[in-house]
Design a protein around this ligand. Structure first.
Ligand code: BES
Ligand code: ZN
Ligand code: ZN
Length: 459
């Protein structure tokens, strides 16, 4: 939110809120000039509509926003910065502090543009921070969300495994977290064989990014993110249309970094660990093949049914490493399956866990902060769909049915000692624009989990 001077605050334009059923009464109280203006604009005061009201001098006097406040959430004002004329505005109504914080964050998120490669001429309306809003929390939420968006939007040419490592280092540096990167053939030495196998065909070395922060005695929360910087499908090559979007296949890593930023910035009393297998699933003479059998970090053998089911392989080794120190809570984010998108669409985070209490907690917070999750089952009877005749497990299902579930069941094989585990299969991308959410990279489920963690680990 740009800095606004006291004078600008004093002369800022009020946004008046009118409930839909109070609209006609509100109109009756207006001057003839304003009534004419309302009619001339064909403004009927439907829920969600707004109208700029001129003063006698022809300048903008105020904005009327017709909206029911009962259903307000973070996105309720997020369309205004783009649709209002450039200028400085304030909310004329008093909102409850947490709602003021949310809508102000949403306003700020509505000014996001990905202008790294093309200068934008867009201008936005500025909001004076509501007095009772939590400015630190707004900054935190906006920074993390936009970080996730940027990391996903930056194409692989500038966000390969090495650049993803650098992005992690920048965050680690900011909060004095310790970071270890295991790169290239060292992955074999330190026993991350599947991260190596998936990533070895790329001209950029695969790596395991491992970040640790916080008091070593605090409860251990570990976040794992799928960092497939580009997913060609490997030798089971994706067709063009499916490959086109695959710069976003490090979306899980983007969520892991953005959520970690929230946790560290808010100084939550946890011992945080972030594990990101960063690879490119590429095609080359040394690429791993369909039919290969890999020996995972856990010792389990994995038959490769499809080289395009690479995410679960790199995650499995990272999750085995996470599991070794028996964390209190293990969270993973991944753009893991097309099947999850078929099941719940692109705008819900498909969520898997066997921990009922954990899901209830996350769902409660997801609803409260409007960052939706939808639970899918880890249906154990489908485990036989990923049986292998020659190895402990196959990386792809014998049928495509229930593909998000079989992917979840695959990951579950590598979680043994963690006290609790939740897996998010996410889109990481807006396919269509909504208020404050342009087409492109998007944060999924991180505000929900952050809100949950804040309550669970309250000081
Ligand atoms: N990265 C993709 C999954 C994906 C596709 C996420 C489209 C979001 C949008 C993943 O690596 C993949 O290709 N999965 C395959 C698995 C299959 C080969 C078992 C899929 O979902 O088709
Ligand atoms: Zn794939
Ligand atoms: Zn993938």
């Amino acid at each position: 939110m740009p800095h606004v001077t006291q004078d600008e605050v004093a002369s800022s334009i009020p946004i008046n809120l009118v409930a839909p059923d109070a609209f006609s009464g509100w109109c009756d109280g207006q001057s003839d000039r304003v009534k004419t203006w309302i009619d001339a604009n064909g403004f009927t005061g439907k829920e969600g509509q707004h109208l700029v009201i001129p003063g006698d001098d022809g300048a903008i006097n105020s904005v009327v926003l017709v909206k029911e406040t009962t259903s307000w959430d973070i996105w309720s004002l997020a369309g205004l910065p783009e649709s209002l004329p450039e200028g400085i505005y304030h909310l004329a109504m008093e909102l409850e502090a947490s709602l003021a914080t949310e809508v102000a964050a949403g306003w700020s998120l509505g000014t996001y543009i990905f202008d790294r490669y093309k200068k934008s001429e867009a201008t936005f309306a500025t909001l004076v921070m509501p007095e009772n809003a939590d400015a630190d929390e707004i900054k935190r939420l906006v920074f993390a969300t936009n970080l996730a968006r940027d990391l996903v939007n930056i194409p692989t040419s500038d966000m390969g495994p090495r650049a993803l490592e650098a992005a992690a280092s920048q965050i680690a540096g900011e909060f004095e977290a310790r970071q270890t990167n295991i790169v290239g053939d060292d992955l074999l030495t330190y026993h991350y064989p599947m991260v190596h196998a998936v990533g070895r065909a790329s001209s950029e070395a695969p790596r395991l990014i491992d970040m640790v922060w916080g008091d070593s005695d605090a409860p251990k929360v570990t976040i794992v993110g799928k960092g497939v910087c580009f997913d060609t499908g490997g030798l089971d090559l994706k067709p063009s249309a499916a490959m086109l979007m695959m710069k976003k296949d490090m979306g899980g890593a983007a969520m892991a970094l953005a959520l970690s930023h929230l946790i560290m910035d808010a100084n939550l009393p946890v011992r945080l660990r972030v594990l990101i297998p960063a690879v490119e699933n590429a095609v080359s003479g040394n690429a791993y093949r369909p039919g290969d059998v890999l020996i995972s970090r856990s010792g389990k053998t994995v038959e490769i049914g499809n080289t395009d089911a690479e995410g679960r392989l790199v995650l499995a080794d990272a999750m085995t490493a996470a599991d070794e120190e028996e964390p209190d809570l293990l969270i993973d984010f991944a753009t893991l399956t097309g099947a999850a998108r078929v099941a719940v669409g692109t705008e819900l985070a498909a969520t898997f866990t066997d921990d009922e209490g954990l899901f209830d907690g996350i769902e409660k917070h997801a609803k409260a902060v409007n960052d939706p999750v939808w639970r899918l089952p880890l249906w154990s009877e489908y485990r036989s769909l990923i049986d292998s005749k020659i190895a402990d497990i196959n990386n792809s299902g014998s049928t495509g049915f229930g593909g998000a579930i079989t992917a979840g069941l695959f990951l579950k094989e590598f979680v043994e000692k963690s006290k609790s585990w939740v897996h998010f299969d996410i889109m990481a991308y807006n396919n269509r624009a909504r208020a404050g959410r342009p087409i492109g990279g998007e944060a999924f489920a991180i505000r929900a989990v952050y809100s949950y963690l804040k309550e669970r680990y309250a000081r």
